[in-house]
Design a binder for this molecule. Sequence first.
Ligand SMILES: [Zn+2]
Length: 422
Amino acid sequence: MNAHRLPTGTSATIPTCTRISALGTTSSCAPKSSSPMRWRVWLALAAAAGLANVASAAERFCENDIVLIDTHFEAGAFHRCDVRDGNFVITIRPEDSKVQVPMPWYAFRATPKRPGDAVVLLGFVGAEADRFWPKVSRDGVTWYRLPDQAVAVSSDNKRLALRIALTEAPVLIASQQIVTTSYYDAASRRLADRPDVAVRLLGRSIHGRPIVVAATGDKPQAVLLLGRQHPPEVTGALTMHAFVTALLDDSELAGRFRESFQIITVPLLNPDGVAAGHWRHNAGKTDLNRDWGPFTQPETRAVRTLLAGLEDRGVALRLMLDFHATQLTETHLFYTQRPQDGDGRAHAFAAGWLDRVRQRLPDLRFDHRPSKSASANAKNYFFDRYGIPSITYETGDETHPDWIETAAPVFAEAMMRELLDP
Ligand SMILES: [Zn+2]
C-alpha cells in the first residue's frame, strides 16, 4: 500500500505550486524575482572565497583550494568550468546548435577538500537562469531544492550564483533530480521478478544503450506508455513510474484491468540523451518527439517494430500515453485530441478520464488542452495511425515528488475505470 495513496472517495488539498524545500517539506513557489543588489554582494563573496585557485580553464572539472567540481558521472554535464579570479564559472549550453527548447540541464559534483562555503557562478546560453530551481543531494537519492538564500539570480536572468555549504562528503548539484539508466535498470529488475511481467530488449540507441520494454501478458487489446524522450523531464519520469506501479498493484481494479488489457511500457526512449545530460536531443542531434513518422532514429524505430508485432498478432491498441514534463503553474497538463478530431471518441475518453480525476481530487489543479498540430510527435502519430486517444501527459518541472506519488495512482485508477467502463 502506498503511504501517499488517498483512500477512495476522499480529496486532498494540493497546492498549485510546490517545491522541495531544504527540509524536504513543501513550500509555495515564490514569484520570479531577480535581485541585482544581492547579486553584486554575491560576486564579492565569490571573489573572496576562492582566490587561491590551483587550476583554470579546465573543461569537465575545475578546482580551487576548497573544492573540486566535476561531471564524471552519468548525466553529469556542463559545457565548461573555469576558475577565473578565484571564482568558479560554469557555462551551461545545449548539446548542439539545433536545440530550441530552453530546458537547461546541468549536473555536477562538488567534492570538498576542507569544510567551507563554495560559491559557483552558472552562466546560461540559450535559456533563462531560473528555468529550473537548483537541486542538491548528498546520496543521489534524496534531493532538496537549494534554499532561496543560497541562490541569487542576475538581473538579466542569464546567471545564477550558488552558495554550497560543504562539510566532508561530496554533494551533487543539478537542475533536476538525477534519474539515469541505473534507476530504470533497478525498476526493470523488480519487474522481471514478477511472473506476470516480461521485460525484454526492444532495441538499442545510437550509442548501443538498451531500450527496454516491459509488458504484462498478451491480451486482445493493449495500452502503450512511453517515457523520457526528453532528458531533463525528470518529473515526467517519476510520474510514469508511480502510474505504472498503480497499474501493476494488487488491487481488484488493477487485476481486472490486466485481465482485459495488456500494459506495454517503454520508460526510457532516449538513454543516450539522459546519460550525456542533454537538454533535448538523442545522440543523433534529433528531437525524438519529432521523429514519429520519419523514423530516422533507432530509438523511435524500436517502437515501430513493437507496433508491427502488435499488428501482426491482431492486438488492438486502445490508448497511448507519452510522459513529459514542462514549466507549469498547475501540477499537470494534458494535451489531447479535440472534439472535432476523428469521430470524437479520443477527446471523449480524455474528458471522461480527467473528469473522474476531478471527482477524486477536486483541489488538484491540472490543465486539459485539446490541440492539433502538424508536428511529427508521438501524440499525432498514434492518433493518425490508430485513431486512439493519444495523450501527452505533462508534469510540472517543480511539482513536488510527494504530490506526484499522490496524484499518479488516482490518474491511473481513473484511466483503468474509463477504459473498462466508459
Ligand atoms: Zn517533453
